[in-house]
Each structure stands twice: as C-alpha cells, then as structure tokens.
Design a protein around this ligand. Structure first.
Ligand code: HXC
Length: 292
C-alpha cells in the first residue's frame, strides 16, 4: 500500500511498544524504514520485540523499561532519546484497562487506569512536545483511544473518562501546537483482538469473536494490517494537513450501537416483507377510517 522507505529518516517512539497494538505499529513503522524506540514496564518483553523487529527488517530498535505513571522518569527518558536524536513521531499506545461494574471499583482501581491512560499519556506528550517546540522541530503525535470517547461505555468507566480526556487533548493541542508544525491525531480502534486487551476486556471469549462480530456492520473484527496502515499514513509526510482528528477504525460498530434502530440489522428479508405488509395494512385501515 505504501512506497518503500515511506518513513525513512524518521525516529518514532511507541509507548507500550513491546506487545499488542504497540508492537504491531512499531513493526510496521520499522518495515517502512523508521528508527524505533519502544518502552514499557517489562524489559524482557521489550527485548524480545526489539530483537524480532531487527532480525526481520534490519532496522534499529532501542528499548528501555519505563512506567509512564512516573513523570520524572518520563522526562529523563525523553531527554535521553533527544540527546541521541530528536524524535519525529510519538505514538501514545501504553494503556491499562479491565472490565468491572463501576460500583465495585475502589479508588485505587480507578487510579490504576487513570494514572496510566490520562496522566501518563499527558506526561509523555508534554515531555516530547516541549522539546519539539524548543528545537523548532516538526512532529506527529498519534494517541490510541477508543470509540467510547464519543459514546461513553459502561463497565470501563475509568478508561472511558481518561480516553475522552485524551480526545480533548488531541483537539486542544492540534490548535495550540499547529503553529509549531506539530500534528496531533488519534486512532479509535474497534475490536482488534490482542492478548492483553482480550484477557481483560473479553476474558470469557476463548478466542471466539462471534459475539463482537454480531455487532459490527462489516461483519468481522479488524485485521492488524488495517490498523498498521492507518498509523503509518498518519505518521507520514503525505498527510501533513491532517491534525486534530480522532479517527475511528471499527467497521462502523460504534455508529450501529448508537442508533435507535440498530437492533433491526438482525432481521431477514422475510421479516421485512412481513413488517412492510403490517405497516401497509395499518396505513390502509387509517385511510379507510378517514374516508368513512
Ligand atoms: C476490579 C481491579 C481489577 C479488576 C485490578 N483492580 N484489577 N478491581 N476488577 N479486574 C484494582 C486492584 O484491586 C487495586 O485496587 C487496583 O486496581 C490496582 O491494582 P494493581 O494490580 O496493583 O495495579 P497495577 O499493577 O498498577 O496494574 C494496572 C492494571 C493492569 C491496569 C490493573 O491490568 C495492567 O497493568 N494492565 C496493563 C495492560 C492492559 O491493561 N492492557 C489492556 C489495555 S486495553 P485495591 O483497592 O484492591 O488495592 C485498552 C483499550 C482496549 O486499554 C479497547 C478495545 C475496544
């Protein structure tokens, strides 16, 4: 889909880049020629991912353990990277989430999510952005959000609140930092099954996606290559006028869930024939009554 070396000479940090969506995006950026930085909480996982990407694409992958909840550690880490070379791109992918009835959450449970998603993502964005501004260096930021930034979502309230805050950050910083040639966008993926997310958000599925698929107009969960393509497009210079947007990639799942009549997608042609006849019969009866 893209020309070779689309991202050559770009250096990109992917937080939470050792696993899941972060790993997939980092791998794709590397395949298009970028130099990659990944951070996360588990050094062995980061090392395995870095080795895997380097052996497949020969690209340089620098990894370091980092918990983005610790603001001073974040700033030291970003300083270290910029001493090496300024970043060109940042992907805010690190997140935490689990499903739970909200009444059963403790304050610490709420904080466990909000400190990673809401606070941690701001720390990284701020630390990178202020250096870009100081150096007069253009940059592109992508945050991985969720479609519940538009709809809210029961049972994942700390995540919904935090990611909605990052949606506001995306719009706000696009306006504030546009004059520094810093683009700020976000991706709201629908269901793209990864082990980390599915273990916490769909723990009973056992690899079966049919429940999710029934709610998606395109009839299937996302393919990782589709998410990778969107992330690489947003990171590339080909879309330098695109900023401040949160782009859903979900097979229209969230639009369907929100519509009053969305449940009707289950009806067959026979059901519709029956319904049409019932509506016509009712209209005809009204007409007769009006004539009488
Ligand atoms: C209720 C829970 C809980 C659960 C943890 N807690 N799990 N409460 N139900 N299932 C509570 C604990 O009881 C504790 O509160 C508090 O949260 C902190 O728990 P810790 O385990 O000490 O937290 P910590 O080690 O900081 O771990 C953070 C975490 C963990 C978020 C809980 O799951 C994690 O590290 N996850 C990172 C990876 C991840 O979540 N990936 C999925 C991202 S998917 P008390 O008061 O009892 O001490 C995503 C969006 C997907 O973000 C969108 C798909 C459409």
């Amino acid at each position: 889909m893209f020309k070779d070396n689309l991202l050559k000479n770009k250096s990109i940090l992917v937080t939470g880049g050792g696993t899941g969506l972060g790993k997939e995006m980092a791998t794709h950026f590397a395949s298009l020629g970028a130099k990659i930085y990944i951070c996360g909480r588990r050094e062995n996982v980061l090392k395995d991912t870095a080795d895997e990407i380097t052996s497949e694409y020969g690209s340089e992958v620098v990894y370091r353990p980092l918990d983005i909840r610790a603001s001073a550690d974040v700033d030291n880490y970003i300083e270290e990277i910029f001493q090496d070379q300024p970043l060109d791109g940042l992907v805010n992918n690190a997140a935490g989430n689990f499903i739970s009835p909200t009444k059963d959450l403790s304050p610490k449970g709420f904080d466990a999510i909000a400190n990673i998603v809401f606070h941690g993502t701001f720390y990284v964005t701020h630390s990178v952005g202020k250096r870009w501004i100081e150096l007069n260096h253009p940059g592109s930021i992508i945050s991985i959000l969720a479609t519940w930034v538009w709809t809210g979502s029961p049972y994942v309230v700390p995540s919904a609140m935090s990611k909605t805050g990052l949606h506001a950050m995306t719009q706000s910083l696009a306006a504030e930092w546009g004059k520094y040639k810093i683009r700020v966008n976000a991706i709201a993926p629908g269901p793209f099954p990864t082990k980390g997310a599915w273990d916490r958000l769909n723990p009973k599925s056992d690899g079966d996606n049919s429940m999710a698929e029934g709610t998606i107009p395109l009839g299937r969960v996302g393919k990782m290559s589709e998410l990778q393509n969107l992330a690489s497009f947003l990171m590339s210079d080909g879309c330098n006028y695109l900023t401040g947007q949160t782009i859903a990639i979900d097979g229209a799942q969230y639009l369907t869930g929100g519509g009053t009549f969305s449940g009707l997608s289950k009806l067959t042609d026979e059901n519709w024939d029956e319904i049409r006849n019932m509506i016509r019969a009712s209209n005809n009866k009204d007409k007769k009554d009006r004539k009488a």
